[in-house]
Design a protein around this ligand. Structure first.
Ligand code: NAD
Length: 480
């Protein structure tokens, strides 16, 4: 019997007013329905905003250490349930087990991190020019935060928005992606059990165009934090700014790894393969372009192809690389593979559905060579395990090609040349730059966000910077 999960509004588990649900299936075997979730409407979203608005001032007045205690208790509950959460994430999103377990651990760590930060918030005291004046700056919550999240990190991304929002004293309405909402429902259950007051968090599942739009446009919300595709992100940004809301959008990427003449081709191929094929290429920071110096090009390609061909593909439960999340995502990757060939790129390996795995949304790790910088495969986000290899004559050309796209999320260089590394750090147009490391993988205590079309560039997420979006400063001149 398939379980039906309800929305979490004002501390209660409730069904949508229409009674309609949506099925979430296993991407490794779409005939298996994992659970049903509410196909909510704008009216459900509006009820959630009302609950959040009613609860906000009391939560803001709750002492920071007490807010932190609830976040810490939530982290502990998620830790107790780590194994079930990992299974659920694999079942709904398809990720390989170590990736799913790592992501759940990241969410736990985020709750612990912001639990501590909640007690540190408050403000700063400054020296006043006049005697008998207390001059200080109070850090206050902004109000009701609307959070809209994607499916590819279905627990970590909601956690890295939700924990700082709550730590700072905001109340929240949250719409998870429809492909994998289960782990967010579990976060809500843990917060409820940890003692979060009713209405401070409200989770509503359903279509972005209905639930998300209502969250953005409803007068009751003050902040909009969105992570997802650049296309939807632009729409969300426009709607939110039109409605006068504070907004942050974190979007797609077309992330390069530059391989210098001084690089060891095998080490560089390791870095590119794990950045490009890890999480089935479904990371915003995935490496999708290897920009390789001509001196090491042939050796690098041979190593990368070998790596791609030895990846063990199958259900994420017990294989190295899982499926894509949905038939739409699989179709989109296969379409890009066709486009790349029709534009003249050479298919060096992969390019199809692996034998015996055509029931799920599986695709082979794919390498294209002879890619030119203006081809679509070198410009557009594919969001599957596809790496485009481009050959360059020198560092300058590599840097130009790396920067020659609309996106600017993450970029890396593999080099033994310190001068090149320094120049890359300074001149790469990306919010995250790495030397001798893959483009994926983030630490939670430093800022994260993109340049150019990868971000609204308004606010950063994670680390101390992650709290800035959810707080506003009030300067007080108190004369006595
Ligand atoms: P998406 O844009 O399709 O959906 C993201 C969220 O927006 C979902 O919850 C969706 O239901 C909702 N949504 C859809 N239409 C909406 C609308 N009209 N109004 C409001 N909300 C709407 O993205 P996705 O396919 O879930 O995620 C993959 C994308 O996210 C990729 O482009 C990836 O690069 C990007 N991403 C970026 C980051 C980052 O931090 N930069 C992190 C992860 C993923």
């Amino acid at each position: 019997m398939v379980e039906t999960r309800e929305n979490y509004i004002d501390g209660e588990w409730v069904a949508t007013e229409t009674g309609e649900t949506l099925d979430v299936t296993n991407p490794a075997d779409p005939s298996e329905v994992i659970a049903q979730y509410q196909r909510s409407t704008a009216a459900d979203a509006s009820t959630a905003v009302e609950a959040a608005a009613d609860a906000q001032s009391e939560w803001a007045a709750t002492p920071g250490p007490e807010r932190g205690r609830i976040l810490r208790a939530t982290g502990a509950l998620l830790e107790e349930r780590k194994s079930e959460l990992t299974d659920l994430l694999i079942a709904e999103e398809g990720k390989a087990r170590p990736e799913a377990a790592g992501e759940v651990q990241r969410a736990i760590d985020i709750f612990y991190y912001f639990a501590t930060k909640a007690a540190d918030l408050g403000g700063t005291v400054k020296g006043a020019s006049a005697p008998s004046t207390n001059l200080y700056v109070r850090t206050e919550p902004v109000g009701v935060a609307a959070l809209i999240t994607p499916w590819n990190y279905p627990i970590a991304i909601p956690a890295w928005k939700l924990a700082p929002a709550l730590a700072a004293g905001n109340s929240v309405v949250l719409k998870p992606a429809s492909q994998a909402p289960g782990v967010v429902i579990e976060i809500a259950a843990a917060l409820d059990e940890a003692g979060l007051p009713d209405g401070v968090l409200n989770v509503v599942t359903g279509p972005g165009s209905e639930v998300g739009t209502e969250f953005i446009e409803n007068d009751g919300t003050d902040l909009v934090s969105f992570t997802g595709s650049s296309q939807v992100g632009q729409l969300v940004y426009d709607q939110a700014t039109d409605a006068g809301k504070r907004v942050q959008t974190e979007l797609g990427g077309k992330n390069p790894t530059v391989v210098s003449a001084s690089a060891d081709p095998a080490e560089a191929a390791d870095i590119v393969a794990s950045g490009g094929f890890g999480t089935t290429g479904q990371s915003c920071t995935a490496c999708s372009r290897a920009i390789v110096h001509e001196d090491v090009y042939d050796d690098f390609v041979a190593e990368l192809v070998e790596q791609a061909e030895t990846i063990d593909i199958g259900p994420g439960d017990d294989h190295e690389m899982g499926p894509q999340v949905s038939d739409d995502e699989l179709d989109s990757t296969l379409e890009y593979i066709d486009v790349a060939q029709s534009e003249g790129a050479t298919l060096a390996t992969g390019g199809g559905v692996p034998e015996g795995l055509d029931d799920g949304y599986f695709v082979e790790p794919t390498v294209f060579t002879d890619v030119e910088p203006d081809m679509r495969i070198a410009q557009e986000e594919v969001f599957g395990p596809v790496v485009a290899v481009l050959q360059v004559e020198d560092f300058e050309e590599g840097l130009d090609v790396a920067n020659g796209v609309e996106y600017g999320l993450s970029a890396s260089i593999v080099t033994d040349d310190h001068t090149e590394a320094n120049r890359f750090v300074e001149e790469a147009e990306a919010g995250v730059v790495k030397v001798n490391e893959k483009t994926t993988g983030l630490e939670l205590h430093v800022p994260f966000g993109g340049f150019k079309r990868s971000s609204s560039e308004t606010w950063r997420e994670q680390g101390d910077a992650g709290l800035d979006f959810y707080t506003i400063e009030k300067t007080v001149y108190d004369n006595y």
